[in-house]
Design a protein around this ligand. Structure first.
Ligand code: 5RP
Length: 223
């Protein structure tokens, strides 16, 4: 099975999970990326059960709308019952690195509001220690150099993601060479740098459920 086929398999399982666990009429938060895209295509088949969706990016909102799935502004909903999204890395404590697609800030906002966070990925994303995947940090453009210096002081090799402007009008610095042994503490430390909008560590609010595609099928892990 290819990685792409594994992403499709976990997207199908996630759709079944939503149908089984999200109350009819509740709002579903939807993530960003290639795995999330397969998931969006799947939930088109259960859209009548959903009260609507909240999107974590403009790209996701467009794909949802293209399937005729209702997309709400987060400010206009009372609650988000479940959030389903991929990850770039996930460790044994369900902490994640996210933001490879550049949508980390909105993803983090929707994840914070959601009652349950369901992470969907293939087993290449499972790691012992986070940091092999460069950690994305969204920054206000004028603070880019300052934030980069501070990130270097924390032991990383910051590199601007050239040509990318986020949905929020900001830039992304990818931090290479990290080995993140204290994800909760490191997430807090980066957030304290002036000029940082958010960082791609999802440790304080990790996943509650992991649906992991493997060659032996999709496995379910609970926090
Ligand atoms: C986007 C993300 C994605 O969830 C992450 O990059 C995984 O993407 P993919 O499903 O394409 O492997 O955080 O900002």
């Amino acid at each position: 099975m290819t990685q792409d086929e594994m992403k499709q398999a976990v997207a199908r399982t996630a759709c079944d999970y939503v149908a089984e666990h999200l109350p009819v009429g509740a709002i579903l938060g939807v993530g960003t990326g290639s795995t999330a895209n397969y998931f969006i295509d799947q939930i088109a088949g259960i859209k009548e059960r959903l009260g609507g969706t909240v999107a974590s990016s403009e790209a996701t909102a467009r794909r949802l709308a293209g399937h005729g799935i209702r997309v709400f502004d987060l400010n206009d909903v009372e609650a988000v019952g479940m959030y389903v999204d991929g990850a770039d890395e996930i460790d044994g404590s369900m902490a994640m690195v996210k933001g490879g697609g550049g949508a980390l800030t909105r993803e983090k906002i929707v994840a914070a509001v959601a009652r349950t966070f369901v992470c969907i990925c293939d087993d290449s994303k499972r790691v012992g220690t986070l940091g092999r995947f460069p950690l994305p940090v969204e920054v206000i453009a004028m603070a880019r150099a300052h934030v980069s210096r501070e990130l270097a002081r924390l032991g990383g090799r910051p590199k601007l993601r050239e040509g990318l402007v986020t949905d929020n009008g900001n830039q992304i610095i990818d931090v290479h060479g990290l080995s993140i042994t204290d994800p909760v503490g490191f997430e807090t430390r980066i957030n304290q740098i002036v000029g940082v909008v958010s960082n791609g560590l999802f440790a304080q609010r990790g996943a509650d459920v992991l649906l992991l595609a493997t060659l032996d099928g999709v496995q379910t892990f609970l926090r």
